[in-house]
Design a protein around this ligand. Structure first.
Ligand code: ATP
Length: 303
């Protein structure tokens, strides 16, 4: 049985590098084109597998996904629960990145939208195991996965990205919620806070019915708020950030990896900050995710 079950999306990432992002009505020529495997589900599964966890992915893909499935399996991800969608092609993310690293992304959910509650395996995630879910699949599938894993005794980690509200009974079944600042603001229906202090103020006052909250703060690292304890700020190491695409996914995968090994939340978040900060130093989402050896090498500790 896998230590981590990821229920989420698989996308074909089409990444176009341009000088300047096109304005409405404008056509620009790309300087570079790279096709790869993406989607928050697949990315987070790969991030955790690279750090050594046994990871199973539950998802839907189109008939066109043979290469993608091979790539995921080569990363050590168990893809036996990645089911074919009858009438849809694999999700597509069209990513346009300019020379400043700014990007625009258009996603066609495709087969991800065909994942249903009936596709969830009976044994989703039990005691000592972790369920990791994001928002690139239907809300009712997220809800069913979270509630079932809670019943079975698994540790439930929800990354509410992209931002959308979450029902309070679902939130109440989440052990660790991992939003960025914008997603936290959406959940609380307030304006996005700024920086660690803004997030801290909001979390001290906020009424979120879940267990712990780990807010990712980009270059500022992360803030960990556990029930009944003051929030703890974990700064990120100063790095040369080349490409932040997939930083949040690396963070979530690394956090799940540590939790599945029985680590406490603060140490898990500290390791996730370091893993994600390493990931932003290389191009691409999955290609720059660190292995355990890279993360634990003395050279990786630049803080
Ligand atoms: P994305 O959607 O781009 O994947 P996100 O909004 O989900 O990202 P962020 O909060 O931007 O997530 O970043 C996640 C983690 O990545 C941070 O907690 C931090 O550890 C690391 N990180 C991101 N940007 C930087 C940076 N410029 N320098 C160092 N670490 C960074």
């Amino acid at each position: 049985m896998s230590s981590i079950t990821v229920v989420g999306s698989v996308n074909r990432d089409l990444v176009l590098t341009v000088q300047d992002l096109p304005r409405p009505g404008e056509t620009v020529l790309a300087e570079r084109f790279v096709e790869g495997v993406g989607g928050k589900g697949a990315n987070q599964a790969v991030a955790a597998a690279r750090l050594g966890s046994r990871v199973r992915l539950v998802a839907r893909v189109g008939a066109d996904a043979e290469t993608i499935l091979r790539a995921l399996a080569a990363e050590g991800v168990d893809v036996t629960e990645v089911l074919p969608a009858a009438d849809a092609s694999t999700g597509i993310a069209s990513v346009v990145v300019d020379r400043a690293g700014e990007n625009t992304i258009v996603v066609n959910p495709g087969a991800n939208a065909a994942l249903t509650v009936a596709d969830l395996p009976e044994h989703l995630s039990g005691a000592g195991e972790v369920l990791l879910v994001q928002h690139e699949i239907a809300p009712e599938v997220v809800a069913a996965a979270v509630l079932r894993a809670r019943e079975l005794g698994g540790t439930v980690v929800l990354n509410p990205a992209p931002a959308r509200p979450v029902a309070s009974d679902v939130l109440a079944a989440v052990d660790v919620l991992v939003p960025n600042l914008g997603e936290l603001a959406t959940l609380l229906d307030v304006a996005p806070p700024t920086g660690p202090d803004g997030a801290r103020d909001l979390l001290e006052k906020a009424e979120l019915p879940c267990g712990a909250v780990v807010v990712t703060l980009g270059a500022d690292g992360a803030l960990v708020k556990q029930p009944g304890r003051p929030a703890v700020h974990l700064p990120a190491p100063a790095v040369d950030a080349v490409d932040t695409v997939g930083a949040g996914d690396t963070f979530c995968g690394a956090l799940a990896d540590s939790l599945a090994r029985g680590g406490d939340l603060l140490s898990a978040a500290e390791r996730a900050v370091r893993a994600a900060s390493l990931a932003v130093t290389g191009l691409g989402a999955q290609s720059s995710m660190p292995t355990a050896a890279q993360l634990d090498s003395p050279a990786a500790d630049r803080s």
